[in-house]
Design a binder for this molecule. Structure first.
Ligand code: CAA
Length: 394
């Protein structure tokens, strides 16, 4: 959300400008220089993530009393865009921690749960994850097979099953995880739990070797008679699917901001290259076929930005009205992720062979952008959500 004349006419407050600048300075100074190395090795960037916690970036919207920075959704997307512009993998880790873990705890947690789990995660001392997907249930999340049953004394739930594609699972301290407590009730039989990853029965499964966002660690979770105390149930029994969807609404705004950051990084490189690279006696930017790409890239980036602001403001309003911001989040995520894919692809094209080379970050932007059309709801799912909202049919 640029305030330099490049963005929409949204006047940022001094506080917004400060968080944007703090995130930008940190990202360009500390993250950008190490991004290629961590992409190559696939190692988790513990040091920079720890520093992001110290800067207040791991729980931006969480009130200070619960360990967060006490800022709003606009501050969150501004900061996430800057971090993702330097490295999308850091953006993923930040987004999941902020939206999928902290926001869920803030919305649905008890006071005890907030003190015990939200405070350390929002302040960046611990890492949080969110686990919904399973090998046989991705988009159709309600068909999960992981089971949770109450023990005879009613003190613990016993969880068994296999979850997949869990961002930060290899490093997380706590996970909000969804399991079926009453399979006969379908989506109304799903319940949410807060799991501690160092407890018996919690097994970090196969680590995923990924195309992009490689420094963000992703793995399966295997649960073998994991004993979850009743006080670690998040919300009521059977409320889990609604919690999962509510939290994903917040998560999707974050992924939209991440996609915008990736698109901007690629776009700025494309503009510079189109000015400097000469062919047939002219800068390639003088050719209309390149100009058409630049014009479409820029227009789609600014349209994404507006949809993200729209979604951030809707989420902010929802804090007082309690209304859903499902439509706004889905539109922002759909458009920004498709834009990131388009912009990074065209940037590779403008760079030609150099866009395909590991010597420049262009091919990394292209690989990193791809996941934004898939996780936290594919583009196809976002279209379903938008269309159902408009048509009023399911
Ligand atoms: N907020 C609150 N409630 C919601 C909701 C929302 N956004 N969306 C649906 N619901 C409620 C409905 O009102 C309905 O409530 P009732 O029980 O009162 O009827 C209930 O949930 C079921 O709704 P649907 O009938 O619409 O459910 P569905 O089974 O048809 O699914 C869907 C809808 C939109 C396709 C949904 O399943 C979905 O979003 N799927 C994609 C899942 C997804 O995004 N997965 C990504 C996981 S996270 C990840 O990517 C990994 C990571 O670590 C980053």
């Amino acid at each position: 959300m640029s305030d330099t004349g490049n963005g929409p006419s949204l006047t940022l407050t001094e506080e917004h400008k400060m968080i944007q600048k703090a995130a930008r300075d940190f990202a360009q100074k500390e993250i950008a220089p190490i991004a290629a190395e961590f992409d190559e090795s696939g190692e988790f960037p513990y040091e920079t993530i720890k520093k992001m916690g110290e800067l207040g970036l791991m729980g931006i919207e969480i009130p200070e009393e619960y360990g967060g920075a006490g800022l709003d959704t606009l501050a969150y997307v501004l900061a996430l865009e800057e971090i993702s512009k330097a490295d999308a993998a850091h953006g993923t880790i930040m987004s999941v921690n902020n939206s999928l873990f902290c926001y869920g705890l803030l919305r649905f947690g008890t006071e005890e749960q907030k003190q015990k789990y939200l405070v350390p995660v929002a302040s960046g001392q611990k890492i949080g994850a969110y686990s919904l997907t399973e090998p046989m249930s991705g988009s159709d999340a309600a068909t999960m097979r992981t089971r949770a049953r109450l023990n005879d004394s009613g003190t613990h739930y016993i969880l068994n099953g296999r979850k997949s594609w869990v961002t930060s699972a290899p490093v997380a301290d706590y996970v909000v995880l969804f399991a079926m407590t009453d399979p006969e009730k379908g989506h109304r039989g799903i319940t949410a739990f807060i799991l501690e990853t160092d407890k018996p029965g919690f097994i970090r499964g196969k680590k995923e070797p990924k195309l992009g966002i490689r420094a963000s660690a992703t793995s399966e979770i295997v649960l073998e008679d994991y004993e979850c105390p009743v006080e670690n149930r998040l919300g009521e029994e059977g409320q889990g699917f609604k919690i999962a969807m509510t939290v994903l609404d917040a998560g999707r705004i974050g992924i939209a901001a991440q996609a915008l950051g990736i698109a901007e990084a690629a776009y700025e490189a494309a503009v510079e290259y189109a000015r400097e690279r000469h062919a047939f006696g002219k800068p390639i930017g003088a050719f209309q076929m390149i100009q058409q790409k630049i014009a479409d890239m820029k227009t789609r980036i600014e349209a994404s930005r507006l949809l993200i602001i729209n979604a951030a403001l809707a989420k902010e309003r929802a804090k007082t009205t309690g209304e859903r911001f499902t439509l706004e989040a889905a539109m922002a995520k759909l458009f920004a992720s498709e834009t990131a894919a388009y912009v990074t692809d065209e940037t590779v094209q403008i760079f030609g062979g150099m866009g395909y080379s590991k010597e420049l970050p262009i091919e990394r932007y292209y690989r990193d952008a791809r996941i934004t059309r898939i996780y936290e709801g594919t583009s196809e799912i976002q279209r379903i959500v938008i269309a159902r909202n408009q048509l009023g049919i399911r």
